[in-house]
Design a protein around this ligand. Structure first.
Ligand code: 2NL
Length: 374
């Protein structure tokens, strides 16, 4: 047989086979579209069981002469493949980096993301509460607090409300069921009982403010069943309305953050003060905003007066020795005036979008020195 192969010699690798294999591998390398595909081509050619490795493995069975020529040819092919792999890897790496850079562009004009510790908001009522207490603390006032559930005696009787006064009606006040002795607890309708407790437990001079929650059976656009009040009380020998006017004037300037504000004191009536006054401040009412310290309009912001002698007596103080003055205002109302919130009920709806708009940054704590609402 003419084409019988020598039994003891491995099959010669025709140069055309080798160059076909090489060009097949090189075209596979060129076609590899990413590094993973390229690695698959490398393993198929140069890996342990790869096509080029298989060829190299045949060298061992060749005679030296044959090994020299075949070996050189195979190694040349291997070098060509190795080089092509490296070149293609560089190209793919660069392309991958380009794609990554294109996908990960950073917009340096974007605002910084807020740190989580600063992402919450302080409710405007808490803010105003803190502003009030900062202002009065700066004037030497202590802050007194008391229970929301009060006795009829502390909420009404000691404050000179006569039996049968309309404020005592079931209609206006939230009462608990009567006890066996007929007495009824109630939700305080003002923070005055805190001042009663202060007079009963402390010796004058007394300078306190009493911020807190208060309750009345009332619900419409401008009234919620729960609201907030701050009352102030000064008791000393020789306290008079001049002191009261100065304190309230200083308070209004500090709170509304203006250099001056005109105030108007009108006669009024409260059971617990005599004389009693209502206080207006001058302002300019625009379409959507109110400005203080300018303008020709008047806005009522609080009630006040000299503590009624009956109240002093009921609280264990001799009205011939001590005089006092007191005032009260709605925290919700002055918060709405200062920060332009128009709907009282939204203060209590816990709507996070509303809070994001009207709320305050948690680390900006109001102080007179550092700025109340900076
Ligand atoms: C208002 C008026 C006022 C008081 C509260 C008071 C407390 C005691 C004695 C005397 Cl213990 N007075 N508080 C005095 C005058 C007015 O509040 O319009 N509040 C929203």
């Amino acid at each position: 047989m003419t084409d019988e192969r020598p039994v003891l010699h491995p099959r010669r690798i025709a140069m055309t086979d080798l160059s076909t294999l090489q060009s097949q591998i090189l075209s596979d390398i060129a076609a590899a579209s990413d590094e993973a595909a390229l690695e698959a081509v490398r393993v198929a050619a140069l890996g342990k069981k790869g096509s080029v490795s298989a060829l190299l493995a045949t060298l061992g069975k060749m005679d030296p002469e044959q090994r020299k020529t075949e070996g050189a040819a195979i190694n040349l092919a291997k070098d060509a493949v190795t080089q092509a792999l490296a070149a293609r890897r560089d190209v793919l790496k660069a392309a991958a980096l380009d794609a990554k850079l294109a996908a990960e562009t950073i917009d340096v004009t974007l605002p910084l993301r807020e740190p989580l510790a600063e992402a919450g908001r302080i409710h405007p009522l808490s803010q105003v509460w803190d502003e009030l207490t900062a202002i009065f603390a700066d004037m030497g006032f202590a802050i007194a607090e008391g229970p929301d559930i009060e006795t009829d005696d502390y909420n009404f009787t000691k404050l000179n409300f006569p039996e049968g006064h309309p404020a005592r009606e079931m209609h206006d006040t939230f009462y608990f069921n009567p006890k066996d002795d007929g007495s009824r607890l109630l939700l305080r309708t003002h923070t005055s009982p805190v001042q009663v407790r202060t007079m009963l437990s402390q010796k004058p001079p007394i300078r306190v403010i009493c911020p807190g929650r208060t309750y009345r059976s009332d619900s419409d656009q401008t009234h919620t069943p729960m609201f907030h009040q701050v009352e102030g009380l000064v008791i000393d020998k020789g306290s008079h309305l001049g002191h009261l006017k100065w304190i309230l004037h200083e308070f209004c300037k500090a709170f509304f953050e203006v250099d001056n504000v005109n105030m108007r004191f009108r006669p009024s009536f409260f059971p617990f003060t005599e004389p009693s006054l209502e206080v207006d401040i001058q302002c300019r009412r625009g379409k959507d905003e109110i400005r203080f310290g300018e303008g020709e309009d008047w806005l009522e912001i609080l009630g006040c007066g000299m503590v009624h002698p009956n109240v002093l007596t009921a609280c264990g103080l001799d009205p011939d020795v001590y005089q006092g003055f007191a005032w009260g205002m709605g925290i919700d109302r002055i918060a709405m005036l200062k920060y332009g919130m128009s709907d009282l009920r939204q203060l209590f709806e816990a709507d996070s979008r509303w809070l994001n708009h009207y709320g305050f940054k948690p680390l900006d704590i109001p102080t007179l020195a550092g700025g109340l609402s900076s």
